[in-house]
Design a protein around this ligand. Structure first.
Ligand code: NAP
Length: 285
């Protein structure tokens, strides 16, 4: 396997890639600190790629604060679009393939149907728009790219819904959770494994792919499963999204069709609840 460079290594997915690389015995992989791999510093990125000469670059760097992005439009755009463009250019100059991670939030999500890679992207918040513009930048600059859209990412690392629920469940007797937003959680360890499968395949089937765990759930049912699996006693009340207003609007139905990634890379994707069990086991270790 050729050398791999991970940008945004300190985030949730970056940390999962590190753990999974160790488990898989991948040693030709570099996880530079953010100050040495600032996606907004074009010349530093070029120098880094010229020095490391990776065959693959994995972009985990992103502006991911969905509500804050409504106020910090310029920063979100810089990191998610301009940064992605700088990285794609550096990959082009150094003959590297880019694996760029994106989101289901590029879709409007107002219809009950599985979202395919070619479906019309129509973001309904700033974060989604900047991620879509990042995808467009990568696509237009660099032919050798894999863009992997994922959804509801969680793991034992960083802040995410599972860790927030476990914290709140330990503090409170009762929680109100949105029941009318539907999607699929993704264990970031599973996504990390998939990224290494894509790399190991040596495939040149470049383009956009959808990846989440299997199955469909709501935030309410996801929370119930978290408390059930972790044996936390807490009353969970279903509420409509309208009862919990947030700065950014979120898609109501956002379930991606994963046929393309499964068929292209011969993958079996774990069911979301099985992966949640694995994650909670890791958290309790
Ligand atoms: N989390 C989700 O639910 C979710 C859902 C769908 C798709 N995604 C996508 O999945 C990918 C990974 O998400 P994640 O959950 O791992 O996000 P994350 O934990 O927020 O990680 C993002 C990382 O990017 C770093 N970063 C920010 N600005 C940077 C810059 N200028 N240069 C270099 N690094 C920079 C962040 O550092 P600081 O912490 O120092 O800012 C952080 O370490 C992202 O592309 C995200 O859009 C996430």
């Amino acid at each position: 396997m050729s050398k791999i460079l991970v940008i945004g290594a300190g985030g949730q997915l970056g940390q999962c890639l590190k753990v999974v690389a160790e488990r898989r015995g991948i040693t030709e992989i570099v996880f530079p600190a953010e100050q040495d791999a600032n996606i907004l510093n074009e010349s530093a990125l070029n120098d880094l790629l010229a020095k490391e000469q990776p065959g693959f670059v994995i972009n985990c760097a992103a502006y991911t604060a969905v509500d804050k992005a409504e106020d910090e439009v310029d920063l979100a755009k810089a990191i998610n679009e301009t940064g992605a463009a700088y990285l794609a250019s550096a990959c082009l100059a150094n003959s590297a393939t880019l694996i760029h991670v994106s989101t289901d939030f590029v879709f409007e999500g107002n219809e009950v149907k599985l979202l395919k890679e070619n479906d019309e992207a129509k973001p309904i918040n700033v974060y989604g728009l900047t991620k879509l513009d990042g995808e467009k930048a990568v696509t237009s600059i660099l032919p050798t790219h894999f863009i992997i859209r994922t959804s509801w990412l969680y793991s034992e690392y960083a802040n995410n819904f599972v860790k927030t629920m476990l914290k709140l469940g330990a503090e409170r007797d009762e929680l109100n959770i949105i029941a009318d937003q539907v999607g699929t959680p993704t264990y970031a360890i599973d996504l990390a494994n998939t990224i290494f499968e894509v790399i190991a395949s040596s495939s040149t089937a470049y383009g956009i792919y959808h990846y989440s765990n299997e199955g469909v759930t709501s935030w309410f049912d996801f929370a119930k499963a978290i408390f059930d699996i972790s044996e936390t006693v807490v009353k969970v009340n279903p509420i409509p999204g309208s009862a919990y207003p947030t700065k950014a609007t979120r898609p109501a139905f956002s379930v991606m069709d994963k046929t393309k990634i499964k068929e292209t890379f011969n993958l079996e994707i774990p069911y979301w609840r099985d992966s949640l069990v694995d994650c909670i086991k890791q958290i309790n270790k």
